[in-house]
Design a binder for this molecule. Structure first.
Ligand SMILES: [Zn+2]
Ligand SMILES: [Zn+2]
Length: 321
């Protein structure tokens, strides 16, 4: 998180017009698996994160959360635009189904072998090779450990195959602002060819899908969380009498930094620009991807096994800024 704060402070000092935003991603599947009320769990962590950022004097203009009603409403509006423009379409295709749990299972709900590197992985993102596979081999449902089957099911899909040429252009234009490992993984994904991705899930913890017949589904968490960069800017601007388009629509002067952790590269370098392209409304695409590898301490990786980590909650940092 720190590079984002440095960048925001640097640009403010230069006299630039800066909005620095982020938020808690509340709709991840682990929240449901706690067995507690999902809203309570996500709210607990959101308050904890907010307190840490306050204690450390982070200079966010807005630190929000994806369970916020403003975010939910805006995401539905944005999705309607993508549907109207034809970049999101309903398709019927084979989906992983658990006959024991009697439901479609996705992402972290299934485990199996990565079709790219063969390692054991969850569908959401392979920890070993960083691929975000659209299918995995020998899949089992993690809830009941039974083998899953494939059934034909309807879902809304983001048409990444249509956007591939535009995405290649985008990456070539901006890659000089990205780090080596980030460029390599993105170029590898593009070279392998992008597949259209389902963006709806058969779970109720999430944002409702604004489409007839999808009453029991939610929008895939990663899709709406990424749109949070836009909706948080909109929310802040609404509340401060500013025009959000000055920050997100092309005007020849804007510059967007996206700052994130070690994983989730493809979501930020491919899916996020693809979503902005799908809106087809002259969005300025992110210029600089600032992502890190491992956190280091005394030249070693921060690691629970090595017991060299410390929890931020255990320290209270106060320093004059
Ligand atoms: Zn199951
Ligand atoms: Zn893999």
């Amino acid at each position: 998180m720190l590079p984002g704060d440095f960048l925001a402070r640097y640009h403010r000092l230069r006299g630039d017009n800066v909005i620095y935003i982020s938020g808690t991603d509340c709709h991840g599947a682990p929240v449901i698996r706690t067995g507690k009320i999902p809203t309570d769990v996500s709210e607990h962590y959101h308050e904890e994160f907010k307190k840490i950022f306050q204690d450390m004097s982070f200079s966010y203009d807005l630190y929000t959360k994806t369970s916020d009603n403003y975010h939910k409403d805006m995401v539905k509006k944005l999705l309607r635009i993508m549907l109207d423009k034809g970049y999101i379409k309903e398709l019927k295709a084979p989906q992983t189904y658990c006959t024991h749990c009697k439901k479609l299972v996705f992402d972290r709900e299934i485990e199996g072998e990565c079709i790219f590197c063969g390692n054991k992985t969850k569908e959401e993102e392979c920890d070993n090779c960083g691929h975000v596979p659209t299918e995995i081999k020998n899949a089992v449902c993690r809830a009941c450990t039974n083998r899953t089957i494939l059934v034909n099911a309807k879902n809304l899909y983001l048409m990444l195959s249509t956007l591939q040429p535009q995405l290649e252009d985008y990456v070539n234009r901006n890659k000089h602002n990205w780090r080596d490992f980030c460029i390599k993984q993105t170029q590898r994904d593009l070279k392998e060819g992008l597949k259209d991705r389902p963006i709806t899930r058969d779970i109720t913890w999430g944002i409702d899908v604004p489409y007839d017949g999808y009453e029991n589904k939610s929008i895939f968490v990663w899709i709406e969380a990424l749109l949070g960069y836009v909706t948080a800017t909109q929310k802040f601007c609404d509340e401060h009498d500013l025009n959000w388009e000055d920050f997100w629509k092309e005007n020849g002067r804007n510059k967007i930094y996206i700052v994130y952790g070690k994983d989730n590269i493809s979501f930020h370098t491919i899916i996020l620009p693809a979503l902005l392209m799908s809106l087809d409304e002259d969005y300025h695409l992110p210029d600089t991807m600032v992502n890190s590898q491992y956190l280091m301490i005394n030249s070693e990786k921060f690691s629970k096994t090595k017991n060299n980590i410390f929890a931020l909650l255990a320290i209270k940092i106060t320093f004059p800024l």
